[in-house]
Design a protein around this ligand. Sequence first.
Ligand code: MOS
Length: 707
Amino acid sequence: MEKISQSVVKKDHAPKVSGRSVYVADYPSEGVLCGKILHAKVARAKVLGVEVPELPEGYFYVDAKDVPGDNNVNIVLDDTPVYCRETVEYIGEPIAMLCGPDPKVVEQLRDECKVNYEELEPVLDLRTATEKFFDYNFGHGDVDKAFAEADKVYDEEFETGYQEQAYLEPQGMMAVPEEGGRMFVHGSAQCAYYIHGAVMRALGCGPAGVHVMQDVTGGGFGGKEAFPSILGCQVAVAAHKCQKPVRCVFDRREDMEYTSKRHPSLCHYKVAVKDGRVTAMDIDVKFNAGAYSTLSAVVLQRGIIACPGIYNVPNVRVHGWAVKTNTSPCGAYRGFGAPQTFFAVELMMDHIARDLGVDSLAFKEAHLVKQGDQTSTCGKYHFPVPIPAMIEEVDKACDYRKKRAEYAKPQTGRYRRGIGMSMYFHGAGFTGSGERDLIKAVAKLRKYKDGTVEVLASNGEIGQGVRTTFPKIVANELNLPLDKVYYDHPDTARVPDSGPTVASRSLMVVGELLRRAAIKLREQWVDGEEQEVEEHFKEPDFMIPFYIDKFQGDAYPTYAWSVNAIELEIDTYTGIAKVLGAYGSFDVGTPIDYNVVLGQMEGGFLQGIGYASIEKMDYDAKGRIRNNSFSDYLIPTTKDVPNLKCMLHVEKYPDGPYGAKGAGELPLVGAPGAYVEAVEQALGGVKLNHAPFTAEDTLAVITKEAI
Ligand code: MOS
């Protein structure tokens, strides 16, 4: 193992395990008003008025009329209001915030508010929803010709559901008016500068009128990419009105019902096969965006770029659309659109293979992309594709091919086994030209007179280890002990904008800027002096520039790769599937810290298994999310998958620090494909088309067969 990969104790380990870490809810309450949101109770309505009870001294009612700037939250488009406009568009939409010193009184006042609605018919069904937020078309080759010449055409639809991020710390933000009129916003978040931009706009002030700090954050998984911008604007507007600090921390129920989740999807694949090979794919990907567009544009882009899988398909036509429904807006969740489409394509390939009478692994292997091949967007796989070697690693770890053949034989009895495999990538970093055109990351190092060095960047520690791995890179280049380099929670008043903590980009992109900055500092180092160096992002020269209007070019500089196998045993009496083993080979380039990376792989893989199997969330006929607690939305624990084996395969990326690539999202993406393939096999070779595939779904198959 390389020196940089050797594990260290995480810098935030001691305060976290001892409970000393200060989360936003832990700041003293004295002088701080508690804010509680008045959420809409109907999915679509005109708000005729709100009857607000008489407010005691020191209590406030805050709504859209109190927004001093623009009542639109700056995300991608500007359609999300800070507080609702004349209509509400989903159950949970924030109408107003009640603020005051006593949380119980605030809650009571909030509950006494009477909202008069003129109800409108909500749009709830993804299949019939037609209002498009985004609509993309791209492809290459001659798809119609390939279909005309095909031996056989396959036509299937795949469906995936919600997934809730289920971070342990719910959403929470706090705004503090400072002397001189500056607003200080801090809380649980991934992207301090996103919030900074959003609050500036809502308050109608310049960049110096607000600063934003990320507090200790108890998990994000994408759920704290955009939502904190909305809540941040709401508390900032409230603090501006009350001229006192205001804090709003969601309870679990609010968080689960009303904040962003993974987009439910419907993917329709039409595939042409000639002489045993896939010659064309015509794919329609539809995502349920919810009531406002938030991040759906970019989530959809990542999803559709991945929809032909990691296979060489000469003719491709893709239509992707994100539609509006009157439900809570969906957003970022680890994998960001790709888990949905990789699930669909993996099962599509599996179904075609079985129809052709070949094993799905052999069929997939015959279609794998390799270095130099064209990507779905006419970019290029510039670097080696290590998938064949990774398949062998997984096969060796679990005897995949042997078990796959064995479980394919007819099974009888109560318990039946299956094993399945998926293979996929995660495009490392921002999709498309975002890094080049929008983010333009800047990172700095400041050396103090005593020789300690501070990392100045805007990427937040969300459990992925940047508070440790950033200093590790810098200490390594400067030949300093790790305790001489530190990285605090970013505050936009002190740190440059090195971009958001998303897209598995922090370590690969910002880590590399820091490595280069450290080299610069080493060359300029003068003992006893304060010094500062900075580095700016530059797109690597090898890239084929991406243009979103054409949907062409390198959507990513490089890819992290993975192969997953899942083996399970189904109890045909209960439908419950026991995971006997989950095996993953993950290539994220050089691990900057072995334990940190392994922890990410294990956690993400388990999260993916939850998505594939038990994490079922849905809304009722009124548009209301029915699962709002951890007792009716189950997530897996280590007890559920005791035999989870993650292996690191290292294919170095020359433009990442020491060869590191994006890591955080990769491990979640492939589990549903492998899991459902295994269920299909255990159930005697049925073809399944949706995830999660729960015990109830399994029983439905068994009962149908029995009849
Ligand atoms: Mo991440 S899912 O790109 O916040």
